[in-house]
Design a binder for this molecule. Structure first.
Ligand code: FAD
Length: 400
């Protein structure tokens, strides 16, 4: 590590790597430090709950870039290094290893940490909070056919991990507080149909129930739930959402809301410090209002825009990110405000399998979920941006 860089990027995930691309799109005449806590060469997270488990990808295929990319772009890549200090006035960072350096501009691309269960035994070694490639590697060793697992959480990570483990012959029991699978996104009929599909495949589901305690039983986990169930398994995976990693931002005295508060140019309350990706609460131009988005496509574009703006591009972020998930054969892409509390109009070609869901507020389309309907994200974005009042019947066949 040098003692001064033009740009320092804290967090070597998708946002951080995309920022490098953004900086170099604007100019090559600068020095960049990309520093991340994880030991692994930056990688993509979605395969951790999908293709790695289905044999569609191997670990060496999920890296975002080859090591040579960073050299070619003139990036000092420091992995396995924790940034523990940030002084916004002096414009310096410090690592837990004792190194310090100065920056001209800094990007916080620190993502999020899995939310932890605040119950007795919530920190047992056989309880995995799932986020990293290191987590995947450790669980993969345990997840042999014939083993059993408890999956806590029925959102994206819980439902994808249940499918991944089940596909590898692991006996899965799911426990989640919601009434059905992926309840924050799916309307009730779809969520219940997906849940029924999981059950029909042999996954045990305890909906509307939550763990209240875990105990170690000879290296296995024994879970007690609120409704009084006692469930034992070889290991447990917890996927109950993430907390934005705002520790450094707090230390630097930056404005924090639901994440690090940034403007449309990714600037925090301190103009020389930007934040992007999972950690940033940004103004969502197309929908209005401030949001924090924990999705791959947003990390890619927000990170790149932040890099460009660090290097002087001065462009507002107006992109509408999409997100995607795969639950066995049910794959979907979604864009906008896909919130099951909105009024949902369904246009199924095959019920609960193939079709389009429109999420409406004030009779206007705010979000679209494309269920096994592909390459239509652009059309969905146009419909949301149009912000026109529509009647449900006008949406039938609007996207197919
Ligand atoms: C298992 C899994 C599956 C997913 N699947 C999908 C999907 O199907 N579709 C979708 O749209 N999204 C998916 N996502 C979400 C998507 O991967 C995230 O939105 C994206 O990774 C966010 O990127 P990021 O760089 O902002 O944050 P992160 O990926 O969290 O990266 C932040 C990095 O910063 C590091 N860091 C934090 N603090 C410090 C510090 N003080 N010093 C040094 N380093 C630090 C962290 O260790 C981490 O490596 C998935 C996520 C997971 C975990």
């Amino acid at each position: 590590m040098e003692d001064r860089y033009t740009y320092v990027i804290v967090g070597a995930g998708l946002t951080g790597v995309s920022a490098v691309e953004g900086i170099r799109e604007v100019g090559s005449d600068s020095t960049i430090l990309l520093i991340g806590r994880e030991e692994d060469l930056p990688y993509d997270r979605p395969p951790l709950s999908k293709s790695l488990w289905l044999g569609k990808k191997q670990v060496d295929e999920i890296h975002l870039r080859d090591r040579s990319f960073f050299g070619d772009k003139g990036v000092d890549l420091q992995l396995g290094a924790e940034v523990s200090a940030l002084d916004a006035k002096a414009k310096t960072i410090g690592t837990s290893g004792g190194a310090t350096c100065r920056y001209d501009k800094l990007l916080l691309a620190t993502g999020g940490q899995p939310r932890r269960l605040d119950v007795p035994g919530g920190d047992l070694p056989a309880l995995f909070y799932y986020r990293t490639l290191a987590d995947y590697t450790r669980i993969r060793e345990q997840a042999a056919a014939g083993k059993s697992a408890i999956v806590v959480g029925g959102g994206f990570i819980g439902s994808e991990m249940a499918a991944a483990l089940h596909s590898n012959g692991v006996q899965v029991t799911m426990v989640y507080g919601g009434p059905y699978l992926v309840d924050r996104v799916c309307p009730a009929d779809l969520g219940r149909a997906l849940q029924a599909d999981y059950v029909s495949r042999g996954i045990t589901v305890h909906a509307e129930d939550v763990p209240v305690a875990f105990k170690d039983r000879d290296g296995r986990v024994a879970m007690t739930t609120k409704s009084g169930q006692e469930i034992e398994a070889d290991f447990a995976i917890v996927g109950i959402g993430i907390q934005p990693e705002t520790t450094l931002a707090e230390r630097a005295g930056l404005e924090i809301g639901n994440g690090v508060v940034v403007d449309e140019f990714q600037r925090t309350s301190e103009a020389t410090i930007l934040a992007a990706g999972d950690v940033a609460a940004f103004p969502y131009e197309a929908l209005g209002g401030r949001m924090r988005i924990e999705h791959w496509d947003h990390a890619l574009h927000h990170g790149k825009q932040a890099g460009k703006n660090m290097a002087g591009a001065d462009e507002a972020y107006t992109y509408m990110p999409y997100f995607f998930s795969d639950l066995f054969e049910f794959g979907y892409e979604a864009v906008g405000e896909v919130d099951s509390r909105l009024s949902v109009v369904a246009d199924w070609q095959e019920e609960h399998k193939t079709g389009v869901l429109y999420y409406l507020a004030d009779d206007m389309v705010r979000g679209v979920m494309l269920c096994n309907v592909w390459e239509k994200v652009g059309e969905a974005r146009a419909l949301i941006r149009a912000a026109k009042k529509v009647k449900p019947e006008e949406l039938m066949g609007a996207i197919k």
